[in-house]
Design a protein around this ligand. Structure first.
Ligand code: S3P
Length: 166
């Protein structure tokens, strides 16, 4: 089996699901945001603060390109990775792309009080989430070869469902 790649909006549980999934499949787990933070020796917040979103997006692509050498991993991606078509092409080439589809209300709940996502550090964050979701959801659907509804499901349920479909 090739790499398993999780995509989806911030707060859809990609990292938590990815860790448990990797464990169940006895594979290594790669979190792209962690890779960028370790590689750049800076938090995502600091990268956005110091260099801006555009630079972060460039870094995201360059760290994705490193994945071509990886096999049999479980990989979770940042929520904005699908914004560049070239990123989606890379993801499709290196593995099975799975969209964790989480409804707006659940995302709001999961993201409430979050301080780690630079795009949401503003008073109108609910509006930002709504707008970004509207823009991105069709792209996630298009990029994925497998869609998992996460509503009212535990991480255990979600990972078992993925394993059955793989
Ligand atoms: C982002 C999502 C974040 C992180 C960065 C930008 C986005 O990852 O890459 O804050 O644009 O949706 P998570 O989806 O893991 O929160």
């Amino acid at each position: 089996m090739n790499n398993v790649i999780l995509i989806g909006f911030m707060g859809s549980g990609k990292s938590s699901v990815g860790k448990v999934l990797a464990n169940k499949l006895q594979r290594n787990f790669i979190d792209m945001d962690d890779e960028i933070e370790v590689g750049e020796a800076k938090s995502i917040n600091d990268i956005f603060d110091e260099y801006g979103e555009e630079r972060f997006r460039e870094l995201e692509t360059s760290y994705l390109e490193k994945l071509f050498t990886k096999k049999n991993k479980v990989i979770s991606t940042g929520g904005g990775v699908v914004l560049k078509e070239e990123n989606v092409d890379i993801l499709k080439k290196i593995g099975t792309v799975i969209f964790l589809h989480t409804p707006y209300e659940a995302l709001l709940n999961n993201l409430q009080g979050d301080l780690t996502r630079p795009l949401l550090q503003r008073a109108d964050s609910k509006e930002v989430i709504k707008n970004l979701l509207e823009k991105r959801e069709p792209i996630y659907f298009h990029a994925a070869s497998m869609i998992i509804q996460t509503k009212d499901k535990s991480i255990n349920d979600i990972t078992d469902e993925i394993i059955k479909l793989l």
